[in-house]
Design a protein around this ligand. Structure first.
Ligand SMILES: Cc1cc2nc3c(=O)[nH]c(=O)nc-3n(C[C@H](O)[C@H](O)[C@H](O)COP(=O)(O)OP(=O)(O)OC[C@H]3O[C@@H](n4cnc5c(N)ncnc54)[C@H](O)[C@@H]3O)c2cc1C
Length: 452
């Protein structure tokens, strides 16, 4: 029987970073992936990645085929398209990727360090003994043979469906289900336009609560007169069909006249706070499997790589000291929450605010600068944004016609601050977690009740 220090299920961006980090330390790690090797990286995605994520992880900038276009920032359009916020901050500089080649680039980094890839292998179930995950079973898609593979730790990097997570017994203390209201159903196409657009350096985001309730429409330039265009919708009850909505709105724009569909498809984006706990005995969750996506813009490539990196580091540390118990792996929770998770948490509240706004609210709020570019920039970077007194007075004056909007914005800012302060108290060990978690659920529920 095959035996590894770690098995990573899924060779997406999260899995490759986890495998690379573990292999770098000399430990034996196996990446189990259901796709064939050459298909790894293929993903229905907006393909946008902020440069700062790569910098943080010590990865070089993409320069080969994995890079399709460089981006200087984002433009956010009000629903009536009369107001455009242009955010060209250094934290919004980035890249439009060729997703398959970027995936292959990351995979090579992992295998070059010694990670073993078992592709065309479909994970079936975790092997659990004495309250700990000790391996997996997987089916070879070419031969149909089911194999048992053993390891000290199993990392669930299988993406949105959290294939390992879903099969863990409740006693392991990891949430198995993600509520639909925390997920965006997305439809995306890559289109060849008849001619290059005027804008080739900015990702465009169109807010439109009628077309894409709780989400947005995006048009991202990919170079060579190609664009990545899509739409995400919050899966609250009776949500409309994303493909239909995209065809009835974005594709009516003149730039799409005579354009060609290069590729198309649908997928899900879990846009919420991170799972409150992502570890148990012999098991860890990374990337989409742990809901590590920015709740506002839906970007998950950066956080998924970050989580893979932190999880890998934690495994190396835990195994150097002894058994990979829940206690020994807990530091990963703390590290992720302190670095990116608390921002995700507070943005969950900002998402509720946006969900509560009508198109008229957003038009008025953006046109009259009740909500400013600076607010969006700070919120996007996870900074606390306070409305100072002079500024607030000016906004109140401008907002007299929409007092409700301004009040909700102020309440949102206060609640985001409260949640962030709470995340700063994330426990350093599993002791105290239950109380912390109860308070988190309470604060999020309070947000829903007051804002939605
Ligand atoms: C439409 C859309 C647009 C998006 N746009 C952006 C964007 O522009 N920028 C951004 O940063 N993020 C974006 N995201 C989010 C981003 O794509 C994800 O957050 C990110 O890819 C998560 O990486 P991951 O490695 O966790 O999961 P995934 O990339 O989903 O990788 C999971 C891997 O596990 C494998 N797997 C699954 N089941 C099994 C199994 N049973 N056995 C073996 N292997 C298995 C899969 O084949 C896959 O290779 C978007 C998401 C969507 C849906």
């Amino acid at each position: 029987m095959e035996k590894y220090d770690a098995i990573v299920v899924g060779a997406g961006t999260a899995g490759c970073l986890a495998a690379k980090t573990i292999a770098e330390s000399g430990l034996k790690v196996c990446l189990v992936e259901k796709k064939k090797r050459e298909e790894i990286g293929e993903k229905i995605c907006g393909d946008a990645l902020g440069e700062h994520h790569l910098k943080f992880l010590g990865l070089e900038k993409p320069t080969g085929g994995e890079l399709e276009a460089k981006i200087d920032g984002i433009k956010i359009y009000s629903p009536d398209e009369n107001t455009v916020f242009t955010i060209a901050d250094k934290d919004f500089i980035g890249f439009l990727l060729n997703r398959r080649l970027f995936g292959q680039w990351l995979l090579k980094k992992a295998t070059d360090k010694g990670a073993v890839l078992q592709d065309n292998m479909n994970f079936r179930s975790p092997i659990i003994e004495k309250d700990a995950v000790v391996g997996i079973t997987a089916k070879n898609m070419a031969t149909g043979k089911v194999t048992e593979m053993r390891s000290k730790v199993v990392v669930d990097a299988s993406g949105y469906f959290g294939m390992v997570r879903k099969q863990l017994p409740p006693e392991m203390g990891i949430d198995r289900d993600i509520a639909n209201q925390d997920v965006e159903a997305c439809y995306r196409e890559i289109r060849q336009l008849k001619q290059e657009t005027e804008n080739t350096r900015f990702c465009e985001i169109y807010l439109n609560q009628t077309a894409s309730p709780g989400g947005y429409i995006w048009i991202f330039p990919k170079g060579g007169a190609r664009v990545n265009v899509g739409l995400g919708i919050c899966m609250r009850k009776n949500y409309p069909n994303p493909k239909q909505q995209l065809y009835e709105t974005a594709f009516k724009k003149p730039i799409f006249d005579g354009s060609l569909v290069l590729t198309a498809g649908s997928w899900f984006d879990p846009v919420r706070r991170p799972l409150d706990n992502m570890v148990s005995n012999g098991v860890m969750l990374v990337g989409d499997a742990a809901s590590l996506v920015n709740p506002i813009h839906g970007g998950g490539i950066g956080p998924s790589m970050l989580s893979g990196y932190f999880a890998g580091q934690q495994i190396v540390e835990a195994l150097s000291k002894g058994e990979p118990t829940k206690e020994a792996l807990w530091g990963y929770n703390k590290k992720y929450i302190d670095t990116y998770g608390k921002k995700q948490g507070s943005l969950d509240i900002f998402k509720m605010f946006l969900l509560s706004c009508s198109d008229e609210d957003l038009n008025y709020g953006m046109n009259e600068k009740l909500m400013t570019e600076d607010d969006v920039l700070k919120a996007g970077m996870g900074d606390d944004f306070h409305l100072n007194i002079t500024e607030t007075a000016k906004r109140v004056f401008r907002g007299l016609r929409r007092v409700g909007f301004l009040n909700r914005l102020r309440l949102t800012v206060t609640m985001m601050k409260g949640l962030r302060a709470h995340y700063n108290t994330y426990p350093t060990t599993p002791i105290g977690f239950d109380a912390w978690r109860d308070q988190t659920v309470k604060l999020i529920e309070e947000g829903r009740q007051k804002l939605l």
